[in-house]
Design a protein around this ligand. Structure first.
Ligand code: FES
Length: 379
């Protein structure tokens, strides 16, 4: 562990994301979990998770998300939710819905769980079940009704890509029928399994333009009845997103084996030793670890970010994307038109579309333990 950076200059983490497990009953082709998840270490125990939550709360973290994999796979989820609430966190369950029985939901409601985000893969049973490689559409519909019945704000997340972008109207209609309060239409970002399937999932610009026009027409018609968020894929943007609001600025992710991560995809970056909560306190990790200090501030930046007037707005974009596309995480995110690598985005999009048109894309690699072991180096 390095000498602590002056804590006064580093804000406390606000958001603790507990990735409780990489186990998941679904096999989504766009999952952001690492490809090699099957060879990661043993999951933290209940007591270890509670220790992490206490430490993060003591540092000032206010929001606690439970995700995975599928967090409902963990039988101690209720205990963790209860402890999170006792500590004063705003608690959020991010789930596929698989495993959310009425008994479990009732218990979590009793314990004070604040918020549930349910994912669907599509508005049609066929596409939902194809993309998740499971028969879960009807089950998810039942879970959506349960969530309403237990008086939760209904937050629906649908990941978009070329297979379902043309269904946006039906997806919004489905959300209206379900009484959704908040609909997140998040175009696939290419990390983890999404990156492995990029050529198959890449939409056309025309699809995006059409889908966004549909969203805007609904927004105008229904006002705030359902708040719709439409996240454009990075590859079609001209300025990068402020990924994680800046590295080590608000987000503290803990992987199932206790590895602390400043973003979802950080494990893809080579040469960084991400510390484990099994070896260090959360305070040491947040303020003093080399991993969390690596891309704080702007001293690490190269040209054109270093002198860019927008660097305080986007922090140079996404380190993981810069690495994935340029081989150097310190480069500007190539999404930015000021990046000398920006043209690569267009090449990737064009090549993907050409392969789709010619039918020469590789088959989709669905997320599974076997594929993880095969592609991630085995365990
Ligand atoms: Fe790692 Fe953006 S996902 S910095």
């Amino acid at each position: 562990m390095n000498a602590p950076a002056p804590a006064s200059r580093i804000p406390a983490p606000l958001w603790l994301l507990a990735e409780l497990t990489y186990r998941c009953p679904l096999h989504c082709a766009f999952c952001y979990n690492p490809i090699d998840y099957a060879r990661q270490g043993a999951e933290l125990s209940t007591a270890e998770w509670i220790g992490v939550m206490r430490q993060a709360r003591a540092l000032g973290a206010a929001q606690l998300g439970f995700s995975g994999g599928e967090p409902l796979v963990r039988e101690d989820l209720e205990e963790l939710v209860g402890e999170g609430r006792r500590l004063g966190f705003y608690t959020n369950l991010i789930t596929s819905g698989v495993g959310l029985t009425e008994a479990r939901l009732a218990r979590m409601k009793e314990l004070g769980l604040d918020h549930i985000q349910l994912s669907f893969q599509d508005s049609t049973r066929e596409m939902n079940d194809f993309l998740s490689n499971t028969k879960t559409f009807d089950l998810k519909a039942r879970v959506a009704r349960l969530i309403k019945q237990y008086d939760y704000p209904m937050v629906l997340n649908v990941v978009l890509h070329r297979y379902n972008l043309d269904h946006v109207e039906r997806i919004i209609e489905m959300a209206l029928e379900m009484g959704v309060d908040y609909l997140e239409l998040a175009n696939t970002q290419y990390y983890g399994w999404g990156l492995a399937n990029r050529a198959q999932l890449m939409p056309t610009r025309e699809q995006l333009v059409r889908a966004e026009a549909v969203v805007n027409a609904y927004r105008a018609r229904i006002g705030n009845r359902v708040r719709i968020l439409f996240v454009v894929p990075d590859y079609f943007e001209e300025r990068p997103k402020a990924c994680m609001n800046g590295w080590g600025s608000v987000f503290l992710g803990i992987a199932p084996d206790g590895t602390a991560l400043p973003c979802h995809a950080a494990r893809s970056l080579p040469g960084i030793a991400f510390p484990s909560v099994r070896d260090f306190s959360v305070e040491e990790i947040w303020y003093a670890s080399g991993a969390f200090n690596r891309y704080r501030g702007d001293a690490w930046m190269k040209s054109p970010c270093r002198t860019c007037p927008e660097k305080d707005k986007d922090f140079g974009g996404c380190r993981c994307q810069a690495y994935a596309m340029t081989g150097d995480a310190e480069n500007a995110d190539p999404v930015c038109t000021k990046s000398p690598h920006h043209a690569q985005l267009e090449t990737i999009v064009t090549q993907a579309q050409r392969a789709q048109a010619q039918g020469t894309t590789q088959p989709i690699v669905f997320r599974s333990d076997a594929n993880s072991r095969r592609l991630g180096g085995g365990a």
